[in-house]
Write a protein that binds this ligand. Structure first.
Ligand SMILES: *Cc1c(COP(=O)(O)O)cnc(C)c1O
Length: 376
């Protein structure tokens, strides 16, 4: 009988213990200064993230969903305009499109990378298509070089949903590299606690190299105000607080180490599972590195059975995402049906994500691997 170990999907407490002093000092400073919202730590963090990403503007906001919504609001689209995205993502991506009276149009994903199948993008483009939102799912980027070529040719704006791939690099065929979220017109990210760069509450940001757009986005996030009490745009209230910025700034210094730690765990899993008939380990594309927001297997067997057996062994797993976007009741009105996006529908029934974080011990990884191999 093997002893059960305490395994978590994400170990935020273990990570906190290593950066505790810096965070506590920063918190004291925020309280002393009483600048709780958009205070100096928010500006400092935005500067540091601009430097890290090599992008001209980082505009913090309240959460990742707001980031996507504000990005779309900045484009001045008309009701009924179409925005292309993927059906295999967190609901936020399609939700903001629908919320603004725009029409979400889906393009199926690839079986191996889980990201948009860019070879199917062009057939979804109509004269109403105004924007494309690729989602860099689980920590690996969509094929941005091919996607940008198509978008530019059709003069369509690209907004990257980078909530899961912050820190990831894209490798262009001419040898250039660029950070995820800085290739499209606007990049959006989330600092939700479980994300790779997560705070201890809600947070998000938008990235852009365009000065005028940055100004407009800043205004929209602040009630559309171009100066205090003068609104030129219909806006929203979406801001990052100073405590969250202290945490994010402390973690940003370690982000590259976190990527290494996640990749180490991923390679450990890969080596254990690569010869297991029923499991397909995550594919690595040639044009992007993987920052492993999730380690997601494609499992041929009884997924619910595996999930339950692992749970009994003390190992949490998650299914991201069990319902394809086009099959949610809320999006019935779009008229999509079962069979429209078969790859996404297949994945929704077969993917399973294992614990993935920065704080694993070798014993924990060994235990997880042993248990998965004995049950899968
Ligand atoms: C987390 C996430 C969002 C939303 O971010 P919130 O901060 O929770 O609003 C959007 N898109 C994707 C792909 C996400 O993973």
């Amino acid at each position: 009988m093997i002893e059960q170990l305490n395994i978590q999907m994400v170990d935020l407490k273990g990570q906190y213990n290593k950066i505790k002093d810096e965070i506590q000092t920063g918190f004291d400073e925020v309280i002393n200064a009483c600048a709780f919202v958009n205070g100096p730590p928010v500006k400092q963090f935005a500067k540091n993230l601009e430097h890290y990403l090599d992008v001209k503007h980082v505009i913090p906001c309240g959460n990742g969903t707001d980031a996507l919504q504000i990005a779309l609001m900045a484009l001045d689209l008309q009701p009924g305009d179409e925005v292309i995205t993927v059906p295999f993502s967190f609901v936020a991506t399609a939700e903001v499109i629908a919320l603004l009276g725009l029409k979400p149009v889906f393009v199926d994903v690839e079986m191996d990378s889980f990201n948009m199948d860019v070879s199917k993008l062009e057939t979804a483009i109509t004269d109403k298509t105004k924007a494309i939102i690729p989602v860099h799912l689980f920590g690996q980027m969509s094929n941005m070089e091919a996607l940008m070529e198509i978008a530019n040719r059709h003069q369509i704006t690209v907004i990257e949903d980078n909530a899961q791939a912050i820190g990831s690099d894209f490798y262009f065929s001419d040898g250039r590299t660029q950070k995820a979220g800085t290739i499209g017109y606007i990049g959006c990210t989330s600092f939700y606690p479980s994300k790779n760069l997560g705070c201890y509450g809600d947070g998000g940001a938008m990235f852009t190299n365009d000065d005028d757009l940055a100004h407009k986005i800043r205004c929209i996030a602040n009630h559309g105000q171009v100066q205090k009490y003068r609104s030129d745009f219909v806006g929203v209230n979406s801001r990052l607080d100073s405590f969250q910025a202290v945490i994010l700034d402390a973690k940003l210094k370690h982000l590259d180490e976190y990527v290494v730690a996640r990749n180490k765990a991923a390679v450990f899993y890969d080596n254990a599972f690569k010869d297991q008939e029923s499991l397909t380990v995550p594919h690595r594309v040639s044009y992007s590195n993987h920052v492993f927001h999730q380690y997601t297997l494609n499992y041929k067997g009884d997924r619910d059975g595996l999930k339950t057996a692992l749970k009994e062994a003390g190992i949490p797993t998650m299914v991201y995402y069990p319902v394809p976007m086009h099959l949610h009741k809320a999006y019935d009105y779009l008229g999509n049906k079962v069979g429209d996006f078969p790859v996404c529908e297949y994945l929704a029934e077969h993917v399973i994500s294992l614990p993935m974080h920065t704080e694993f011990t070798e014993d924990q990884l060994n235990y997880i691997v042993e248990q998965v191999l004995s049950k899968a």
